[in-house]
Design a protein around this ligand. Structure first.
Ligand code: GDP
Length: 371
């Protein structure tokens, strides 16, 4: 209820070769026009262009539930003649968001951190190739430990149903073969009803989601639908017999949004954080060792090591305290031997002695700590 009231935020990245229908799909998914002022480059311009990262934010409200959606696009990916390491700027962008979060989390105002971490990356695979291309393998392997990758088979309307089926199997096999760790859907509870289990199974078997996008509304069987009009018929984006668009949308905005965010926080961000802390610790140790080395190697005179000084001083203080206590003890014993109220005062003494003892102890501890 708290989240519904506050609203959700979600950051989705789309990646893949240009022209595969990324912008069209994003507009279809969230019924917006996010790319109004997009400037398309010609072939010559694209030769020199490096991979850019663009960010669009849109507020969506559905039945009173607010969603602040951020779309991160990667124009220019795979467009150059030489695409070696073109995934690097995407990986750097993801790391920068983690770094920013890490800094904010370590800062003073931890309550209102703006979370820009990428929760999911839809990776578009061309329908025209035979399975994955080398660039697809390289991209996914470089990013699979930083972000939840959900592969999609683009422009599925260009394939027959049996081609879609074969391509999906081939892509799944290749993902396995190359050791690519795409986003794993969590297993559903064994006590869930059969219908839910069936839906869950279908969702897992849909990978990579075969998608179709469209920016136009057409009329099909008397109804106005988002679709693509061809001379031989209409392809409906939201018809599950035509593609997996609805499955993908439900997964993203309904059933798995929270899990995608949880995995980002608990796995990908934690990995980044652990690496950061590890390299910071290594740097500190290196620095410390370097200081030691210069001290030892830079002079012939034996320089006292700091802990040694502390130890001997502590011992001296302890010895002085012990002597003090011993002295007090002796003077009390002396009084005890001549007093009539010896029983009572002896008890009192024992008591106060214990107290004195514990005081001494706590003083010592404090002194030790101070030292
Ligand atoms: P992007 O460069 O990846 O963002 O691709 P665009 O969304 O700009 O789409 C490039 C071209 O593909 C446009 O002419 C779209 O109309 C077309 N397109 C987009 N989605 C689909 C689809 O699902 N099927 C088909 N056949 N064409 C599509």
């Amino acid at each position: 209820r708290k989240s519904v009231k506050k609203g959700f935020d979600f950051t989705l990245m789309v990646a893949g070769e240009s022209g595969l229908g990324k912008s069209t799909l994003v507009n279809s998914l969230f019924l917006t026009d996010l790319y109004k002022d997009r400037k398309l480059l010609n072939a010559e311009e694209r030769i020199t262009q490096t991979v850019e990262i663009t960010k669009h934010t849109v507020d969506i409200e559905e039945k009173g539930v607010k969603l602040k959606l951020t779309i991160v696009d990667t124009p220019g990916f795979g467009d150059a003649v030489n695409n070696t390491e073109c995934w690097k700027s995407v990986a750097d962008y993801i790391d920068q968001q983690f770094e920013q979060y890490f800094r904010d989390e370590s800062g003073l105002n931890r309550k209102n951190i703006q979370d820009n971490r990428v929760h999911c990356c839809l990776y578009f695979i061309s329908p025209f190739g035979h399975g994955l291309r080398p660039l697809d393998v390289e991209f996914m392997k470089a990013l699979h430990e930083k972000v939840n990758i959900v592969p999609v088979l683009a422009k599925a309307d260009t394939l027959t149903p049996s081609e879609v089926k074969k391509k999906k199997i081939k892509i799944r096999e290749e993902i396995e073969q190359y050791g690519i760790k795409i986003y794993q859907f969590p297993d559903c509870d064994s006590d869930e009803d059969e219908e839910f289990k069936q839906q869950d199974l279908e969702l897992k078997e849909s990978i990579p989601f075969a998608v179709i996008g469209s920016n136009t509304v057409v009329e099909a069987k008397g109804k106005r639908v988002r679709g693509r009009l061809y001379p031989w018929g209409i392809v409906e984006v939201e018809n599950s017999a035509h593609c997996d668009f609805v499955k993908l949308r439900n997964m993203l905005v309904r059933t798995h949004m929270q899990d995608l965010k949880d995995v980002t926080r608990e796995t990908h961000y934690e990995n980044y954080r652990a690496q950061c802390i590890q390299s910071m610790t290594r740097m500190v140790v290196k620095e410390r060792n370097r200081n030691k080395l210069t001290r030892e190697s830079g002079t012939d005179f034996p320089i006292p090591v700091v802990p040694g000084v502390t130890d001997s001083e502590t011992e001296k203080l302890i010895r002085e305290k012990d002597e003090e206590v011993q002295h007090e003890l002796e003077s009390h014993q002396h009084q005890h031997g001549h007093s009539h109220k010896c029983e009572h005062s002896s008890e009192q003494y024992v008591c106060s002695n214990t107290q004195a003892g514990s005081e001494t102890h706590s003083e010592r501890t404090m002194e030790d700590e101070a030292l």
